[in-house]
Unconditional design. Structure first.
Length: 248
């Protein structure tokens, strides 16, 4: 297998005497959706925060394309090509879908903009925002304010905002949370479409979606990796069944 885009080794994060993540190693490859699952408190969101730069590690190293990024903040990592979404919807509700994506695309600009400049004059940013909306299936909703979108569409918009930054790695924290059946199907279809061009780490509680989408799974319990393998390996693992999936 080719060198991973993002790799973490021996990653740990302590909060006082609590080890939220302990000695976790993970590799994310382009074209592979790597699902991370486990019960509440397993350390999944903390792991995303460590990989995205929202939290510094207490121990361990993180490499992007072979370069050590362990001490870089989230803005620097986003500029390198690491995008993330959050458990709760994180959009600007009073801005249109297009404006949300344009602001996200603008964050990748190589220099600061003049305060009174017309944002629409920056064609590369406009094109990136429009392309992201199309990728997320929201091209027909671009002029609606975010608050007028359905919950599922707002989750799609959040992913579109991530895509507008031209990421190579997507760290997605429960993108299906709170969705109904049709909305979940639309999100699953979107993630399938995005997988070939990205390295994706997906934290999700929807087990049907996970087993449909994942190429590789890592199960975490109490901040540690319990097991990593293919969906079939995880499904048939007695250790995983005992700790998380439940007997039978």
């Amino acid at each position: 297998m080719a060198e991973p885009l993002l790799a973490a080794g021996g990653l740990s994060r302590h909060f006082g005497g609590l080890a939220a993540v302990s000695d976790v190693s993970i590799e994310l490859h382009r074209g592979i959706l790597h699902a991370v699952l486990g019960p509440n408190g397993a350390g999944k969101s903390t792991l995303i925060n460590l990989l995205s730069g929202m939290l510094p590690p207490s121990a361990g190293r993180i490499h992007f394309k072979g370069e050590d990024i362990s001490r870089l903040g989230p803005d620097r990592r986003a500029r390198l090509g690491i995008g993330r979404s959050f458990q709760t919807t994180n959009v600007f509700p009073g801005f249109t879908a297009f404006e949300n994506c344009r602001l996200a695309a603008q964050s990748r600009a190589p220099h600061a903009w003049r305060i009174l400049s017309d944002a629409l004059r920056y064609q590369a940013v406009v094109a990136r925002a429009s392309r992201a909306l199309e990728q997320a299936g929201l091209q027909g909703r671009s002029e609606l304010v975010a608050s007028a979108l359905s919950h599922g569409e707002q989750r799609q918009l959040e992913i579109a905002m991530v895509l507008a930054t031209d990421p190579e790695v997507l760290l997605l924290d429960e993108p299906l949370a709170g969705m109904g059946g049709e909305e979940s199907l639309a999100m699953v279809a979107l993630l399938k479409k995005l997988t070939p061009g990205h390295a994706i780490m997906l934290v999700e509680h929807d087990m049907d979606a996970i087993f449909e989408l994942a190429d590789v799974m890592t199960v975490m319990v109490d901040g540690r990796v319990l097991e990593t393998g293919s969906p079939d390996t995880i499904r048939s693992s007695p250790t995983v069944a005992e700790a998380y999936l439940g007997h039978g």
